[in-house]
Design a binder for this molecule. Sequence first.
Ligand code: ZN
Ligand code: ZN
Ligand code: FE
Length: 742
Amino acid sequence: MRALKLQINGIVQGVGFRPFVYNLAKKYSLFGYVLNSGEGVEIEIEGESKLIELFLDELHSAPPPLAKIDSIKKVDLSPKGYKNFEIKHSKSSSKSTLISPDIAICDDCLRELRDKNNRRFGYPLINCTNCGPRYTIIKELPYDRKNTSMAEFKMCKECEAEYKDPSNRRYHAQPISCFDCGPKLSLELDGKLLKLSQQEIIQKTALLLNEGKILAIKGLGGFHLVCDATNLVAVKNLRERKKRPSKPFAVMVSSIKEAKYLAKISKKEESLLCSNIRPITLLDSLKNSKLSPLVAPNLNIVGVMLPYTPIHYLLFEHIQKPLIMTSANISGEPIITSKDEIISKLGSVVDGVLDFDRDIVNGCDDSVAMVVEGERFFLRVARGLAPVATTLKRKSTKKILSLGANQKSTISIAFNDKIITSVHIGDLESIDSISFFEKNISILERFYQFEPEVLISDLHPSYHSTLWAKKSPLPHYQIQHHFAHTLAVMAENGIEEEILSFVWDGTGFGSDGSIWGGEILLVNPKDFKRVGQLREFKLLGGEMAVKEPRRVALGLLFEIFSLKEILELNSPTVKAFKEFEIKALFKAWESGLNSPLTSSIGRFFDGVASLAGVAQKITYEGESGMKLESYYQDGLDSKAKLKVENGVIEWREFVREVIFMSKEEIATALIEALVEVVDYFTKAYPNKRVVICGGVWQNRTLLKRVLQTLPKNRLILPKQLPLNDGAISLGQAYWGSCNFRL
Ligand code: ZN
Ligand code: ZN
Ligand code: FE
């Protein structure tokens, strides 16, 4: 006889872990109990020693599909003589268990949804222990129904029987419901609530979309704006009403088969699209697909996702077209989670709203991903993924709250050996974004009963995250932006040695007060050294240049030519200005008025895109790079090179040569020249492993070429967090946890 107490950490709540343990104990005739505790799952088990071994083996090797075991602590006890095995009530104590993200509908539920003989046939909110909402409905831990937005729905007899039966797939499925007892759909059109049955609501919604209407449809973490992606007028209306002239829209299709009519899809991309994360996946679009050209204007990529809620699947039974599914929000703001807010903020954009009365407690956007050279990258980490837990090799002695950057904000908390990173928050540039930022801080603080002892933010003096930290009396540290970018990748990969990092992005406040973004750093968890950078140039108009690649390009030209020479140049950049504008900007450049120095490769990309005549003014971030890379041609040889002199990437000769080239030659030259720069530095530091990070790496062609060129055994890539600023808070927290430890 033996008795054991087990403490299991990881994602083990709300994923069918207790019934799994219960059934396992029955199988091996073991007695004791299992319960959800604040730290995870607690088990006491007693019986024959051999059988306990078998029990432990199976616990390790075949946990439920959504469970993720981080650690199992075992303590031997003296047997208490339990007479059976039971699932006990949750015990709330200190809270450090991990929360499961929301998961796409599972195959079993999908089968029932389509089975005429099932009592949930066509039930729009079907879910079970293996699928459906989690994070987005939780108010409080532990994850019990009373702590979710399902609390107000009283289970019917049948649901309750399923909920209480450990052999049932819906045993303790907190959002369990059915037509009789669950939340209901409602459809509002032109401000009037329609009197329709649940089934008719789905049919009517599909009919309206077929007719070219724009609807807001509630999903898991918020609303989408939805319309027929093949209907030119509908998409044009959406663009006009939303005031979004050209930023690409994501598209949802009914199946992977349909997706293949829109884009070229590799095996890896297919499994990502079909995974239970169901991210928007960036794919090479096929020419002549039936998508309206206004979905992703002038781009050769398209963001596609597959249905992930029962409502999506029900709609596609009545509409056979790809649908635009874009987050319902005002540009850069958090996703909208309630019908009232849809009506107050986007009432003029939508013709109708498909809603249901299960509240979204915690808003959460769709995740965005791509596959390049067989490697998976996330560009936005939210539904299906977040909150993300990173496990550290050593414990932090302080409780750290890190506040991220300003764009694509996330926040992280660090305690013990964990860093938890929030869902994607958005750009901290509006009151609503900042309040969503604060809400996310309180969500994680509440879930984990976390009280910070130290704050960490970006070095930038006017980021809202930094200003927010400055209001607090807690000790506050500021970490350089590109240092934090690198640390995030190191944290995910558990790296503590010094590495070589290519941190290429748009803008980040440099240690010398200039705008960095084309940096090559040697980084260890406590410090960094700048060993390379792009030759600096002046950014004409500062922030204004971010939206006007032509200003960046002019700043490059001023470094090379005289004013007279520039006015005579036959360049698309020069043509994008009036003569007097160039003269005025030259004066500003000479005097340095509102023209900060930058070493940003993101901006350099913009400048070259302008010189190529690809983009002069842009309406969304990354536009010039995406457009430029569409002209890249494999194997096209170009003589223009970037030289490295004393660690400085010298671009004047390069620009001098490219101004007379075709778009194809310029795009190819830029990407190949940057690949050579990476190769040069990698060879200069032969003993260092290499990290790439920063928003510039979201350029798929550049990323692909570098992945093809760099030796695989030296390269370290992000795992779950994005290449862009969404990873900054993790890097900051990692710095803290490495500095505050025994
Ligand atoms: Zn299910
Ligand atoms: Zn029911
Ligand atoms: Fe950045």
